[in-house]
Design a protein around this ligand. Structure first.
Ligand code: SF4
Length: 259
């Protein structure tokens, strides 16, 4: 079967779930849907490596909105709704954490302590705070070392896990917690969005794709194809969820925007 035909329609999507329902993320979060679909396409042998961001909230499971979770019989930490393994790293260093996991797996396979069938796919999952900012150097280093890993960036265009402050992926003309329109800067955010895709491309990863969970079949086809390619697999996910940053004034300044 041609690889493209593995996912021809939504009917081809596996019914098997790798993520339990119920978590503290925003209802309808497109990033969460991307993680769920990504997991389906990769199968169950996965270890997620996460830098601080919205998805870190998945480690608060089972979730109760009433702190400090008095109605939960099990303390929420360190459980997650994800069936596979989860490693939380410092904000700047998820790809470095992925390198450690990959190296450990390779050593175990070489020594015969685990079989090739027990090998895990190593997936970094980060929001824009890590992907565009503090974690970018670590990502470029991992691509440059040709690390065999997947990188899923979900594009929330702000520090979504705090109070939606501006960062280098926030579009021009957006109103965020730190770029409210003022008489001096009526456009709100006067900075230009960093072109992360082109930066990754310049480092020449083995596989590079833009995708959105909103286009489900296309998303799954691309992830499935990437499983046949060794080396850095970078996914630039466009979030299909209500934007965290305000955009109401952006049209007014559209002629000045490079987007
Ligand atoms: S802020 Fe955005 S990325 Fe974060 S949980 Fe909410 S919808 Fe998802």
């Amino acid at each position: 079967m041609m690889r493209e035909e593995v996912y021809r329609t939504v009917k081809n999507i596996q019914h098997e779930e790798h993520m339990a329902p119920g978590n503290p993320l925003c209802a309808g979060c497109g990033g969460l849907l991307a993680v769920r679909l990504f997991h389906k396409a990769l199968g169950s042998n996965v270890v997620w490596v996460n830098a601080a961001g919205c998805m870190t909230m998945l480690s608060l499971y089972p979730y109760s909105p009433i702190p400090p979770f008095p109605h939960s019989p099990i303390p929420p930490f360190p459980h997650s709704p994800i069936q596979s393994s989860w490693l939380y790293t410092a904000f700047a260093s998820a790809p470095a954490g992925a390198q450690g996991v990959r190296d450990a797996l390779d050593v175990l396979i070489r020594k015969g302590r685990i079989s090739g069938k027990e090998d895990l796919k190593v997936v970094v999952v980060t929001g824009d705070g890590a992907a565009f900012g503090i974690g970018l150097r670590s990502t470029l280093g991992a691509i440059q070392r040709n690390l065999d890993f997947y990188y899923l960036r979900y594009g929330n265009e702000a520090y979504g896990n705090s109070v939606f402050q501006m960062l280098s992926s926030t579009p021009f003309g957006s109103s965020s917690a730190t770029t409210e329109p003022t008489p001096l800067f009526p456009e709100g955010n006067s900075g230009r969005k960093r072109d992360l895709f082109e930066i990754w491309k310049a480092q020449k990863p083995s596989c590079l794709a833009t995708e959105s969970a909103f286009r489900t079949v296309d998303f799954l086809q691309k992830v499935e194809k990437s499983t046949h390619i060794n080396g850095p697999n970078c996914s630039y996910h466009r979030l299909a969820a209500p934007r965290a940053v305000g955009t109401t004034r952006r049209k007014q300044f559209a002629s000045r925007s490079l987007e």
